[in-house]
Design a protein around this ligand. Structure first.
Ligand SMILES: NC(=O)c1ccc[n+]([C@@H]2O[C@H](COP(=O)([O-])OP(=O)(O)OC[C@H]3O[C@@H](n4cnc5c(N)ncnc54)[C@H](OP(=O)(O)O)[C@@H]3O)[C@@H](O)[C@H]2O)c1
Length: 325
């Protein structure tokens, strides 16, 4: 018998309880992973509160982890017992010492990458990869706006975009976060709780606007972000840390300059195994070169994941967060 953090009913961070947990033995196509480290992401908060409903409760949350394969079920070819592995994406179940997972979601870990770093960057780093290469092709000519540029995804996205030669404008919630956003490679930083970020972007781009906006903040920034784009620019709305975006008419995109809009998810971009491996390989490549660093600014014991949730949702965190098992 091991331990896990179990959610019995949706609610606040106090709804997460540390309990005995029996992970079971792997069925066909499954692997049993003994975690060394586990990631914590904003999507876990959406699932805890019920914004993203879970198929059933009680449930073990968590979509990201790294560890060692302890057993495999019938027909598993992707990994073997003893392999160092990591994963990001569904199904939930990472907030546990050990868990079962479909083996096709596991990625072998390269020797240079620690379990801690892997568990903190797999989900956010592969997200950064599809945002920069799948949603809009970012390169040396690109000028982009990244909201929450010192947050988890923001930190990896900004470093990676900078390494591709792009010009990055970042928004942040405090002076301390502005320092971090500059270290991440932002060319210009706007404190969006104090300044009008549309005016800041228009001034910095001399009226042109940006090629793409990466908006994970949602309700508080979505409409104004459309005003930051150049004609035919790409609005990438990939999260809602401030609340869900209100419904609007597609005519708005025409009136603001024939804009494009996408609302992507990592699960879709990595659904096929070859896409999952390609995303992971690219991420491992930039980490190994040092172009992107896993900036782990918060660590908590697994059993205290509720505290990690409250810190994340109260804007007290920056960079990545990891849970020690
Ligand atoms: N679609 C996908 O595939 C995908 C994948 C991964 C993550 N995401 C999304 O990306 C976003 C970032 O995820 P993350 O885990 O890396 O979190 P994070 O960015 O580290 O944390 C959220 C940050 O958002 C900013 N924020 C602005 N308004 C906020 C509010 N009212 N409440 C809370 N935070 C607010 C805060 O930064 P400031 O203080 O600087 O404002 C806060 O630190 C989330 O929305 C998540 O759902 C989407």
């Amino acid at each position: 018998m091991g331990k896990a953090v179990v959610l019995h009913a949706t609610g606040g961070p106090e709804a997460l309880s540390w309990e005995d947990f029996e992970p079971g033995t792997p069925g066909p196509g499954e692997a049993l992973v003994a975690h060394e480290a586990v990631g914590v992401n904003f999507i876990d908060i959406y699932q805890r509160t019920g914004l993203y409903p879970l198929p059933k409760l009680p449930a073990v949350l968590g979509l990201e982890g790294a560890g060692v394969v302890e057993a495999v079920g019938e027909g598993v070819t992707e990994v073997a017992v003893g392999d160092r592995v990591a994963y990001a994406g569904g199904p939930p179940g990472a907030y546990a010492e050990k868990r079962l997972i479909p083996a096709h979601r596991l990625v072998p870990l390269p020797a240079f990458l620690s379990f801690h770093d892997a568990a903190s960057v797999m989900l956010r780093g592969m997200t950064a990869r599809y945002l920069l290469k799948g949603c809009y092709p970012v390169g040396p000519e690109s000028v982009i706006l990244v909201h929450a540029a010192s947050g988890g995804v923001g930190t990896l996205l900004t470093q990676w975009a900078h390494s591709l030669g792009a010009t990055v404008i970042g928004t942040v919630g405090s002076e301390a976060k502005a320092v971090q956003a500059r270290e991440n490679g932002c060319d210009h930083v706007i404190l969006y709780r104090e300044e009008d970020f549309v005016a800041g972007v228009r001034e910095f781009t001399r009226g042109r606007g940006v090629d793409a906006v990466y908006d994970s903040v949602g309700q508080a920034t979505f409409l104004k972000s459309l005003d930051c784009l150049r004609p035919m620019g790409m609005m990438v709305s990939f999260g809602q840390s401030s609340g869900s975006v209100e419904p609007f008419s597609p005519g708005l995109l025409a009136s603001k300059g024939s804009l494009f809009l996408t609302r992507p998810s990592l699960m879709e971009y990595t659904r096929k195994r070859e896409d999952l491996l390609a995303h992971a390989e690219d991420l491992f490549g930039v980490l190994e070169q040092g172009a992107v660093k896993a900036k782990i600014n918060q660590e908590y014991p697994l059993r205290e994941v509720g505290l990690a949730h409250s810190d994340l949702e109260s804007r007290r965190t920056s960079g990545c967060t990891v849970l020690q098992v």
